[in-house]
Ligand binder design. Sequence first.
Ligand code: TYD
Ligand code: MG
Length: 456
Amino acid sequence: MAAKVRSAYVCQNCGASFPQWLGQCSTCKEWNTLVEEVQDRVLEKRGVPNSVRDRKPKPIAIADISSDSGPRIPLGDRELDRVLGGGVVPGSLILMGGDPGIGKSTLMLQTALRANGLRTLYVSGEESEQQVKMRADRLNGENSTVDCFVLTETNTQNIFKQIDALQPGLVIIDSIQTLHTAALDASPGSVGQVRECTSELMRYAKTTNTPMVLIGHITKDGAIAGPKVLEHMVDCVLQFEGDRDHAYRLLRPLKNRFGSTNELGIYEMQGSGLAIVEDPSQVLLGDRGLRPSGVCVAATLEGMRPLLIEVQALVSTAVYGTPQRSATGFDLRRMNMLLAVLEKRCGFRLGQKDVFLNLAGGFRVEEPAIDLAVVVAALSSNADIPVPMDVCFAGEVGLTGEIRPVTRTEQRIAEAAKLGFARMFVPKGTKGLPTNSGIEIVPVSRVDEVLGHLFG
Ligand code: TYD
Ligand code: MG
């Protein structure tokens, strides 16, 4: 057994350190702020190659630094590669966060199985080898000759030993919350352990140039692995999200030191793993037959990707005294604001109405360009007049009922044209509108104007 690395409990609020854990920091009097941290980094450095340990960095003229970002390793999953910025960078550390059960293990195991030509190591601290194998069989039916190894181990020092022996091209850790380092006494999953294990993995990845993916569960408050601390340590943070009752999953980069965070990957959870969705708008629009009232299509943008989404509204007279308002996939306060605009500026009496709003496919849209579609859907339901099914909308609605320009309108138009829409309402004053997009573009400046066009 190696000599113990010295550790101490450090208050995250004031920085005071204590030899043992206390519920309250006796210096700043804050509660539950003590986290175990490694104090002595010298002992830990054993095992790191001499070349690295003895490196003495000197300033280099910026002109002399090669701008070559180095090779990227494609992982064979088109969406994942794109989200990472064109494959994984050697020696990079990627944190993949998401709710439990959303499909993180599935995505990473299938990546490990399909990373063509790459030897992969899947370290599982949550499941046994048999469980991983059963899942692998599901994901990879016929192909059994892949160079993928499974290790069920949670001690970081042992994991490094195994990586040294195996020399994989990609390591997946499932999950960071199950790991523990002998340097600390705290239990796995605690802030101190998660942070220290991540920093050990980081150093290992950098010194051996092995790319690693850490899977982390998101806690209720939405922070990855409880402490947000991991986010600034790693090179990339990917968030895997979606509605568990729906099949669609989004892979979103929250941070990427080697690429853009405007990318988006879309998958569908199937019986045999996660399949890439080839044409997301097509899927989201569902049946384009006769539409009832209260339904219309918004041309939204997820990252850089145009996405046509069906917005459904149901407006009916409130049966009980207080009207109910509920929104799924859309901010409720924003919906209330839009309804107030309709009431005040356009003279619609919605005050005594129940309003329910829903976005198809379990998607969540934050961008304001969806406003116009929300407003149209609500009014269509209120008046019980269907919106023609070959029309779509993009525009932010302001407090005076004006329609304000949105970003990348051309891209939205192109997507709508591709899907065969005949007419699209866009904010007046949008610059650089295409002239021959094959779709009739109707510039509008006020909500009432749209209603005139649609409902006469
Ligand atoms: P999982 O990858 O275990 O989630 P996480 O690691 O994020 O906690 O995914 C679990 C869900 O995915 C589970 O409810 C079953 C479902 N699933 C499928 O629908 N198809 C599949 O091929 C697999 C492997 C899982
Ligand atoms: Mg899992």
